[in-house]
Design a protein around this ligand. Structure first.
Ligand SMILES: NC(=O)c1ccc[n+]([C@@H]2O[C@H](COP(=O)([O-])OP(=O)(O)OC[C@H]3O[C@@H](n4cnc5c(N)ncnc54)[C@H](O)[C@@H]3O)[C@@H](O)[C@H]2O)c1
Length: 270
């Protein structure tokens, strides 16, 4: 348990609201930031004592600096969760949509983390967790603006970890997979699409916002004291399963020495 401050951006909806609730449950005082002030306030009111809400647009450098300075103490934890997605094939994607994804997902992460790291360094350290996506690991249909912004978040996480390790600031990322929450809710409204997507996940189910929040709080905790610069995919195994459900004839799956004495084995060495 701790009574230190955790800042959660994009805390008004979806995964961010669940991270804020879990952080409060684990004893943090939570600063719930969102561009949607009303939503942030609703989450803060629900959490109750120890949670404050603020309207903070993570792309607004001055607003971020002001909100960070307004915290009574340096935050022990900052979760860069605010994010947007803009779908569309690259040939049709507008520059405005591309810029928005980069601005919120990447530049916003940079601005909030930089403001936090300065305060954390002065206070002796802290933990930053950036919410990336498996789309930052693997390209996805019509998600070019999002995938490139999230891939950059993963690399920015490594850069921050390297630069701020001497100040005691650990920086890691969580890459959520197929999560039935927040911005993906619309995708799972169709039961057929839901079943098809779920069927691709080795663990056999979609992820939840709670799955993501637990990973965030683990990376923030002393249990992860020697972990920095890493990206933890919370994805039921999907990014490590290119060969999942790959058809294979049963007769090539005999294991061990070929009874006929062929040193290449029963499959001819494949
Ligand atoms: N839901 C998923 O399937 C999924 C999968 C992988 C990664 N993610 C990532 O998880 C994070 C949370 O996504 P979610 O699914 O909860 O989405 P969501 O749309 O429900 O929540 C995003 C929140 O960010 C806020 N926000 C948007 N722009 C902002 C800005 N400029 N400044 C401050 N706040 C801003 C929104 O108001 C909203 O509250 C995002 O970074 C997203 O990319 C989500």
């Amino acid at each position: 348990m701790t009574s230190e401050w955790a800042v959660v951006t994009g805390a008004g909806h979806g995964i961010g609201a669940v991270i804020a609730r879990l952080a409060a449950k684990e004893g943090y005082r939570v600063a719930a930031w969102d561009i949607d002030e009303q939503a942030a306030r609703a989450v803060a009111d629900e959490i109750g004592a120890g949670c404050v809400a603020a309207r903070v647009d993570v792309t607004d450098e001055a607003a971020v600096a002001e909100a960070m300075a307004a915290l009574p103490d340096a935050p022990a934890l900052v979760v860069n969760n605010a994010g947007v997605v803009r779908f569309g094939p690259l040939l049709e994607l507008s520059a405005a949509d591309f810029r928005l994804a980069v601005d919120v997902n990447l530049t916003g992460t940079f601005l909030v983390a930089r403001a936090a790291a300065a305060r954390m360094a002065a206070a002796g350290g802290g933990a930053i967790v950036n919410i990336a996506s498996i789309n930052g690991i693997a390209a996805a249909p019509n998600a070019g603006a999002y995938t490139s912004s999230k891939a950059a978040v993963i690399k920015l996480t490594e850069q921050m970890a390297l630069e701020w390790s001497g100040a005691g600031v650990r920086v890691n990322a969580v890459a959520p997979g197929l999560i039935h929450a927040g911005m993906s809710d619309a995708i799972y409204a169709d039961p057929e699409v839901r079943a098809l997507r779920q069927g691709r996940v080795p663990l056999g189910r979609l992820g939840t916002a709670e799955d993501v929040a637990e990973a965030v709080l683990f990376l923030a905790s002393p249990k992860a004291a020697y972990v920095t610069g890493q990206t933890l995919a919370v994805d039921g195994g999907i990014t490590r399963s290119a060969l999942h459900r790959m058809p294979r004839p049963a007769d090539v799956d005999s294991v061990g020495v070929d009874p006929a004495g062929d040193p290449a084995g029963p499959d001819g060495g494949r």
